[in-house]
Design a protein around this ligand. Structure first.
Ligand SMILES: [Zn+2]
Length: 325
């Protein structure tokens, strides 16, 4: 039997795995790169996604390995688990995305996204995860959307906690991220059209975007150490939901200000290779835009996702500061 990742990479149409495993777990394919495992008497729902950006291969290799072990009967799940390999065609081409960035298209109306391949895939992913989470309104639900980043980072592994009005940030889940090797969590202050925001807002899941190191091609991920996140995922799949509420938190950051590029004259005063979470000195002139200057006024400020090449009107970087819950 060919393995699941080969099946995906070769775009095979025929399903080569059984619809039921030896231990009675139901296996359902919900579309390309979408496979669910449902044992009897599961007590919670786990949704693990990767490959929303096709060139972020380390998490794809990790989740493909976990899928394969379940299919081969080498591990068993006690949770309902849905795996999503987000953007199969981009994965096959080793591209971040094709016609549009999938992780900017969730929860948006067709009038805003158009109806290209990326928008259609976003709608499919929304449909499948909503249906997966729907039967269990009161149960515990967790979604980790696994990524690796374009640029290096002073903090190698960090998570983004999506903002949903009237839903407080969960201390125990922040601590779980720490146990999974995440060193910092960025608490967002407004909604964003990402996959994890969608599942938190629309499905009531605890949901996070995880950035787990630097993006590299398949087979070249030796420098990306996913041992701790893998260990926590294995525990969760096996039905062991640890209570981390007394465990230490990763460092918490909140968004202080966004750097908005307004005109073609915009200049960001950072080297191209500057890493995420690089510290910014008080009084530093971070950007110029016509007669506007962006001066760092925050103690402990750091830059995240700097990108001066965005279109006018969009965010060219985020200034974050340390925070507490
Ligand atoms: Zn990504």
């Amino acid at each position: 039997m060919i393995d699941y990742l080969t099946h995906l990479l070769e775009a095979r149409a025929e399903q080569t795995w059984p619809a039921e495993l030896a231990d009675g777990t139901r296996v359902t394919t919900h579309g390309e790169g979408l496979i669910a495992f449902e044992p009897a008497n599961a007590s919670y729902d786990l949704f693990l996604s990767c490959g929303i950006h096709g060139n972020e291969t380390a998490p794809i290799e990790l989740l493909a390995k976990l899928v394969q072990e379940l299919l081969d009967g080498h591990s068993h799940t006690k949770a309902r688990v849905l795996f999503a390999f987000g953007n199969p065609e981009a994965i096959r081409r080793n591209e971040r995305y094709l016609d549009d960035d999938l992780n900017r298209l969730f929860g948006k109306a067709e009038a805003q996204t158009g109806n290209g391949p990326a928008a259609q895939r976003a709608r499919e992913l929304e449909r499948v995860c909503s249906a997966f989470f729907a039967p269990s309104a009161v149960r515990w639900k967790l979604h980790y959307d696994l990524h690796t980043a374009i640029r290096g980072s002073k903090i190698e592994k960090f998570a983004i906690y999506p903002f949903v009005a009237d839903m407080p940030f969960d201390s125990g889940e922040i601590a779980r991220l720490g146990a999974a090797g995440v060193e910092a969590v960025l608490l967002q202050s407004k909604p964003s059209p990402t996959f994890s925001w969608y599942t938190r807002h629309h499905c009531g899941a605890h949901a996070f975007t995880l950035e787990l190191g630097k993006a590299r091609p398949f087979g070249q991920n030796q420098a990306v150490n996913l041992d701790l996140v893998e260990a926590e995922l294995r525990r969760l799949i096996s039905g062991e939901r640890r209570d981390y509420s007394a465990a230490p938190h990763p460092t918490l950051f909140s968004v202080s200000r966004e750097v908005i590029k307004r005109t073609d004259g915009f200049a960001l005063h950072l080297a191209d290779e500057v890493e995420n979470f690089t510290e910014l000195a008080l009084g530093y002139v971070l950007a110029d835009d016509g007669d506007e200057r962006f001066v760092v006024e925050e103690q402990g400020a750091r830059i995240v996702f700097p990108n001066p090449k965005v279109k006018n009107g969009l965010r060219a970087g985020i200034v974050v500061v340390p925070t507490t819950l």
